[in-house]
Design a protein around this ligand. Structure first.
Ligand SMILES: *Cc1c(COP(=O)(O)O)cnc(C)c1O
Length: 478
């Protein structure tokens, strides 16, 4: 099949070592075989006429139009049906899916956290769940998803894959280290294809176990182990959609520009914004906000990318942005160096050997402004102040991650350019910090009132590979 330009859509590795593959071929893979990330050979471009035509579309229609620019090996009717089943008012609270509301003059909040787990990852993960089920069905095969979570990603994956055919989820979480709300969200799931594995240890122990398992090629192949982590390309393309829908919501014609403020961790969300901009969406600035773990703000300010060892990763009150490295960043660098895999290979070799690279003297870094990125850091004190300020002035409660984005976003606000701040989680998920900031906690949304009282289902283990494998083997055995 061919796309509207009569060109096949093919995916390559950022490091150049992968024969071209189709979308469904890269769908269930983690890294490319050469350690790089998969990227489309050509970024689709949306013409001014198309942009105008898209203005009138519903979120579902828009999602189909955007996603099909990246997918040519799922028949159009099937793709449309997958999109239509995913983006419903039942799952996301309203047909707007990602509603935009005004905050102050020229500033808007883009609601990305109205899905089942109240965090923005649902927008991509719900689509991925349906897509996995469909593709595995078609291939007549099955998959065991193994992942580690410190909170949001795990629950979002579980809610997306619960009850799905041909797939089981084994999610490792640090026993006793998540908030009661987060733990209850995951552990209360009773679906037989969901396996919650509570590890006596910290998040790094969980992640090490998953890495160890991924390195065991025999076991991985025999038990058909897959992942749904943030480098999954299908997640990125599902996230491109709301950049378009939000743009249409706050502009009247395509000559207008907007800026987005994006609370950033693994660079997945803002990577989608970058691609939307490359496609031709009139985005002026992508305002990248980090918390104290400011790996990316440091890069954009200095040209130095410096991965943090686990001992230097701060545990903050915006925990979903507590990263040591930014997994999707390599996709942006691939674009920035002009799609030259040799340069990407050299840079990441340097990361592997020295934990860093410095491109401050490179021409491509000196011209990086053309990609529209600006960045800044927000601290715990900034979060508290921002949460208080919008509560006092607008009567709106925002969560800690959204506060990071808003704080940095306002620093870059420009006259006449709408500023769209992404709301990536509901404040209820971070009650403890809201209490600290406001002296009260947000009301629970319907359906979440007695979450912690529901019966829970999980297995506690020591951080041991043998124990994880035993659970997997027992689940797979007929
Ligand atoms: C995952 C997450 C982020 C960071 O998104 P990235 O795609 O990793 O940059 C921000 N806020 C919340 C609430 C999240 O769950």
């Amino acid at each position: 099949m061919v796309n509207h330009l009569n060109r096949k859509i093919r995916y390559l590795s950022t490091r150049g070592g992968m024969a071209p593959r189709s979308f469904t071929e890269i769908l269930v893979d983690g890294l490319a075989p050469d350690g790089g990330l998969s990227v489309p050979e050509v970024c689709p471009v949306v013409s001014n006429e198309e942009l105008t035509a898209w203005r009138g579309l519903s979120y579902r229609q828009l999602a189909y139009e955007v996603i099909r620019r990246f997918v040519d090996d799922v028949p159009p009717d099937d793709l449309r049906s997958l999109v239509d089943r995913t983006y419903t008012a039942e799952i996301f609270g309203s047909d707007a899916i990602a509603p935009v509301r005004p905050l102050t003059s020229g500033v808007w909040l883009l609601g990305l956290s109205n899905g089942p787990t109240l965090a923005f990852k649902d927008i991509a993960m719900q689509f991925l769940g349906n897509l996995f089920e469909y593709v595995l069905d078609r291939q007549g095969t099955w998959l065991n998803i193994v992942g580690a979570t410190s909170g949001d990603t795990g629950s979002s994956a579980e809610y997306a894959l619960r009850g799905k055919r041909n797939v089981r989820v084994f999610m490792l979480s640090p026993f006793g280290k998540m908030s009661a709300f987060q733990a209850a969200q995951m552990y209360s799931l009773q679906d037989p294809n969901i396996y919650n594995i509570a590890v006596r240890g910290v998040f790094d122990d969980c992640q090490d176990l998953v890495k160890q398992m991924s390195a065991d090629a025999d076991f991985k192949a025999r038990y058909r182990i897959g992942t749904v982590n943030s480098i999954n390309w299908a997640r990125i393309i599902a996230q491109i959609v709301y950049y378009f829908s939000a743009y249409f919501a706050v502009t009247q014609h395509n000559k207008q520009q907007v800026s987005f403020a994006v609370p950033t961790g693994n660079f997945g969300n803002v990577c989608a914004g970058h691609i939307a901009r490359q496609m031709g969406l009139p985005i002026r600035r992508l305002i990248l906000a980090t918390n104290e773990n400011n790996v990316l703000a440091e890069f954009f300010a200095t040209g130095r990318y410096r991965v943090r060892p686990p001992s230097q990763v701060f545990r903050t009150s915006s925990p979903s942005m507590d990263i040591s490295k930014a997994s999707n960043f390599e996709r942006f660098v691939y674009d920035a160096v002009g799609h030259d895999p040799a340069q990407v290979r050299t840079l990441w070799q340097s990361v592997e050997q020295t934990g860093a690279f410095d491109v401050s003297q490179e021409t491509w870094y000196q011209n990086i402004d053309r990609f529209g990125f600006v960045s800044g850091t927000s601290t715990h004190a900034d979060r508290l102040a921002t949460i208080r300020q919008v509560w006092k002035q607008q009567g709106v409660m925002i969560d800690t991650h959204t506060a990071d984005g808003l704080k940095v976003g306002l620093e870059y606000q420009e006259e006449g350019v709408p500023l769209i701040c992404e709301e990536t989680a509901q404040p209820i998920k971070f009650e403890h910090t809201l209490q600290e900031a406001l002296g009260c906690v947000p009301a629970r949304p319907a359906g979440f009132e007695r979450l912690e009282e529901l019966p829970q289902r999980y297995t506690v283990i020591d951080p041991s590979m043998d124990e994880v494998k035993a659970i997997l083997k027992a689940a797979v055995a007929p």
